[in-house]
Write a protein that binds this ligand. Structure first.
Ligand code: BYC
Length: 319
């Protein structure tokens, strides 16, 4: 009966909710994906956050602050979604800082110039939108609903990146070179964000069957390339791939071979900034211990039965 109800819900394109029975493997997959996604948002605050104090104007600083704060918010919605599956947030954070859970490979690359803020907005948030819009129809209700708001905010992030790059491209030769250098460094890692090729993807087939994922890694990667090529042309930058060209027969752009050994290296902890990202996160977690203790003590006070003194005080306040 329970399995039957689950299968029927998936077949009818309806949502699985926290109270519903679900196979253990579905729950495990959802916790894995949501936790990785939440960790990515939280770790993703670091590369851009490093530029907040060095933003070139008050306007750029306000925009960047708002964006980085949005990412903290996304992390929190997602940890809450994971909690509906019984995953405890403290436990998830501990798994992240001990290397037992992953986060997106893209955040292990350094941000070397302010143009990187624009290129992350354009390419990284652009890739995130491609990947996440279909997740608004994901079969797990709390995840799909969280994704609706996240995607709206990601869309603002993508536009702020593109607008920043347009401003730089209207500037000096040095600014245009800075943008091109940044595009050269972020293009291939952005394509890797979509995950391994379908033939090597461990989870795609099952996640598609459960309608957690609506498209394969390769389909979304192709969609991203097709969407980005005209944007690069409008901007006046060159995407660093000599094999990138329109294929009229396929109705898509062909593109060059991705260095999958680099993705494997970065995922397994050996990217340019992996150690630093985890160190920063671990320190922030340790430094925040007193806040968690204070919040827990406050919450305990609120739920505890009122003392006779509190009852008397409340009675006195009554008109
Ligand atoms: N990086 O079978 P596969 C953001 C892992 S946040 C690291 O294809 P799946 C943003 C994968 O986990 C961006 N690991 O897996 C934030 C699996 O390992 P495990 C994050 C990767 O789950 C702030 C193994 O490789 N977005 O955009 O079917 C500022 C085999 O892969 C990566 C999300 O999390 C990678 N790139 O598909 C700006 C979206 N790729 O778990 C922007 C939600 C693969 O077996 N997640 N792996 O040890 C997804 O859509 C899917 O989880 C993925 C991977 C497409 C990422």
């Amino acid at each position: 009966m329970t399995q039957e109800h689950f299968d029927r819900t998936i077949d009818r394109d309806q949502r699985i909710e926290p109270r519903d029975w679900m196979p253990d493997a579905y729950r495990t997959t959802m916790v894995r994906q949501i936790a990785q996604h939440a960790h990515s948002e939280i770790i993703g605050m670091q590369p851009e956050g490093e530029w907040i104090t060095r933003a070139p104007s008050l306007r750029r600083k306000a925009i960047l602050l708002a964006k980085v704060q949005d990412e903290a918010g996304h992390g929190l919605y997602l940890y809450s979604a994971a909690e509906t599956l019984g995953a405890d947030r403290t436990g998830l954070t501990e798994k992240l800082i001990s290397g037992r859970q992953k986060y997106s490979s893209i955040f292990n690359y350094p941000t070397l110039s302010f143009a990187d803020v624009g290129v992350i907005g354009w390419l990284v948030d652009g890739a995130a939108i491609c990947n996440q819009v279909p997740l608004c129809r994901s079969s797990y209700g709390p995840y799909a609903r969280a994704m609706i708001r996240i995607c709206k905010e990601e869309s603002f992030h993508q536009r702020q990146g593109y607008e920043l790059l347009m401003a730089l491209m209207r500037g000096t030769d040095a600014q245009r070179e800075m943008v091109q250098d940044s595009v050269n460094r972020w293009w291939w890692p952005s394509l890797m964000m979509f995950g391994p090729p379908d033939a090597d993807s461990t989870h795609t087939a099952q996640s598609m069957a459960w309608k957690i994922k609506r498209h394969t890694n390769d389909e979304l990667r192709q969609r991203f390339v097709d969407m980005t090529v005209p944007q690069a042309e409008a901007l006046g930058v060159t995407l660093p791939d000599p094999d990138l060209r329109w294929n009229a027969d396929r109705g898509h752009h062909d593109f060059g071979e991705i260095d999958w050994s680099e993705l494997k290296r970065v995922i397994s902890g050996d990217g340019p900034c992996n150690a630093e990202r985890i160190d920063v996160r671990r320190t922030a977690h340790e430094d925040g211990a007193w806040v968690r203790e204070a919040a827990a003590a406050h919450a305990a006070k609120q739920t505890a039965a009122p003392s006779s003194k509190q009852i008397a005080e409340r009675a006195e306040r009554r008109p």
